[in-house]
Structures are given as C-alpha cells and as structure tokens.
Design a protein around this ligand. Structure first.
Ligand SMILES: O=C(O)CCC(=O)C1=CC=C[C@@H](O)[C@@H]1C(=O)O
Ligand SMILES: [Mg+2]
Length: 340
C-alpha cells in the first residue's frame, strides 16, 4: 500500500488556501485521556466543507503529514463512494480512571451497549485493570459488551497472563495488547484455545505497511482511523486489502473529525462492531452546537454545523496557533515532495 501523497481528483491546495479559513482550538477534556487534559485541533474550511487537522503534538511531521492528507481529502474533494448507512453504532470509551469515577464517565456517553476500557496504563497494575473491568461489567450487566485497549503496553507473557485473568468478564476483543506484529502473532497462537479475539490499532495506523499485521495472520480484526490513515478512501482500501472485520475509531477528534470517522464507517461494506466514535463525550466543549455525542448508542452520518462563537471561545493561545500553522506548512511540503 503506497503512502498517501496527493489525491488525483484534486490539486494540492496552497498553504494560503489551507490556512485561509482556519481556526486553531484548544478544548478541555472531561477526563484525562492519553495523558492529555486539553485537545488541540485545527479546523480548516475547504470548498467541500470543514475538515480537521489534529495529529497529536508529539508526532513528527512525516506522521502528521498523513493527517493533513486526510484533512485535504475531506475539505477539498467530494467523497468518491456513497454512504451505505446514516447512523453508526458506537461504544463508550473508558480511560483508566479510579473505580468511583466510572459511573460519571460512562454517563457522559448515554445508553451505549459497548464499552472500551483502557488497560495497562503506566503506573497501574493488573489488579487495577481487573477492578476496573469487573466494576464496568457490574454496571453494564451481562448483555453489555466489553473490549479492552492496552495500547501495546504488555509483552507477550504479560498479555497472556492479563487476558487469562480478564477473560472471565466476557471480552469482545483486546485491542493492541502487544506492540509488534511478531508479538501479536505469538500471543494469538498462545491464547488460541480461549475465545478472545485480538485487534490491531497502532500496528495499522502507525505502521509503514498497514497490511503487514493482517498478512502475518496476527489479529482477528483491525481498528481503522480515518485521519492517521490519510482519509476515507485510503482507509477503505486498507480494510479491503486486509480482508478482516474493521472497527472505525476516533483520534479523540472534535465533532468535525468524528464526522469523517462516521463517513468512513458509513462506507464500509460491513460494520460488525460498534465503532469508537463516541469520544465527543470526553470533551468538555466542541466546535458545534450539535456535538456528535452518542444518542441511544449511535451517532449520525452528517456534516457538522460549525459554531463560530465556539471557535472564538475555544481559540488556542497565539503561540499555539502559530505553531499549528507552521506545522501545516511543513506537512504540506512533505506531501508535495511525496507526490513528485
Ligand atoms: O476507540 C475508542 O473507543 C476511542 C478512541 C481511542 O481509544 C483512542 C483515540 C485516540 C488515541 C488513542 O490513544 C486511542 C486508541 O488507542 O484507540
Ligand atoms: Mg487503540
């Protein structure tokens, strides 16, 4: 699979065109997630509508350029395939919070039947994970679905041990239990007898070859994120080539980025799992008056109406805005180089 460079259906917009109607926002999170208390993002208005550029600040320009390709594909090119559905079932996402905070965090997501729980958090133990999963199962009841995400933090022995401890809570799947494709393959071989599927996330979105994990037969399903994979068309191509069931998930985006995720989920031929697109519930504010917070466990597939007042209210400090604009210019340059 080639890295995304430029889309043949549109010229790469100039830096001036990209920044002409751009707004850098800094949004407080309701719950610390991924070590973050604020989420920074740039909203860009292209001829096709609003797009989001929000690679995490620690990512290098090469990795961030793929997110810019996704934003350009959204704001500057019409979708190339039709949507197949207009509502997307989503999961609640539970950060590694203390037990007494679980009900408050889950209540932000409304009536979701599925919860993804973060495990293997730095500074915590397996006992903390067991307690968090047990409490969530108690709150959700036996019909609810529970999936875990370890963000690659376990080695193979730790992952095997943890999954054997946690499987009694009835797990839908475990996302990225180990970091490398080789470890995932080894883990999958070891736990073959217990019925806990393994999903790849970082092994898809951060890999130079996003199909390698599927080719190695190392996982049962893939997690797909539109922004880090260069946009909807490229993500659809990756799912088709991987030949595995896919879960569309967010990058902790604003509702504009979530709308791109929903548009991707709407275009997958099959959608067997609830998607990780409920994360507007983790933000204390958003760039629209109608944020994509789940209602009855779903979000709609639709463009988002931007609230200009919110853009002003959430505007990032000047030095952060300048940093993001410079980043966009550098990333665009990388897309130009990649295209020649
Ligand atoms: O999948 C979900 O339920 C929500 C999205 C989510 O978990 C993530 C969003 C952004 C960054 C990641 O650390 C994290 C993930 O690893 O999947
Ligand atoms: Mg993940």
């Amino acid at each position: 699979m080639d890295a995304p460079t430029r889309d043949d259906r549109h010229e790469l917009p100039s830096v001036d065109a990209l920044l002409a109607d751009s707004h850098v926002v800094r949004i407080p999170l309701a719950t610390r997630f991924r070590g973050l208390e604020h989420r920074e993002a740039v909203l860009l208005r292209g001829p096709q509508g609003w797009a989001e550029f929000s690679p995490f600040v620690e990512y290098d320009d090469q990795e961030a350029a793929t997110w810019l390709a996704a934003a350009i594909a959204t704001g500057w090119a019409p979708p190339s395939t039709p949507a197949l559905r207009d509502q997307i079932p989503v999961n609640a996402t539970l950060p590694a919070v203390p037990l007494d905070r679980i009900p408050a965090v889950l209540s932000r997501f409304g009536e979701c039947r599925t919860v993804k729980i973060k495990v293997a958090e730095r500074g915590q133990t397996l006992a903390d994970d067991v307690d968090r999963v047990r409490e969530t199962r108690r709150l959700l009841g036996p019909a609810g679905r529970i999936r875990l995400d370890a963000n690659g933090a376990w080695n193979v022995d730790e992952a095997e041990h943890a999954i054997r401890e946690l499987e009694r809570f009835d797990l839908e799947y475990v996302e990225q239990p180990c970091a490398s494709v080789a470890e995932l393959a080894e883990l999958r071989r070891r736990i073959r007898r217990i019925d806990v599927p393994i999903a790849a996330d970082e092994s898809v979105r951060k890999a130079s070859d996003p199909i390698a994990v599927a080719r190695a037969d190392a996982v049962d399903l893939v997690v797909i994120k539109a922004a880090p994979l260069g946009g909807i068309d490229r993500a659809l191509a990756i799912v088709a080539e991987a030949g595995l069931p896919a879960v569309v998930s967010s990058a902790l985006d604003t509702s504009v980025g979530l709308a791109m995720g929903a548009a991707l989920a709407a275009r997958l031929p099959e959608l067997p799992y609830d998607c990780g697109l409920g994360t507007a519930a983790l933000l204390l504010s958003d760039v629209t008056r109608t944020p994509l917070i789940p209602t009855d466990g779903t979000i709609p597939v639709a463009a988002v109406d931007i609230d200009e007042d919110a853009l002003a209210r959430l505007a990032a400090p000047d030095e952060r805005a300048a940093w993001w604009r410079a980043r966009i210019a550098r990333c665009r340059e990388l897309l130009v180089v990649g295209a020649t």
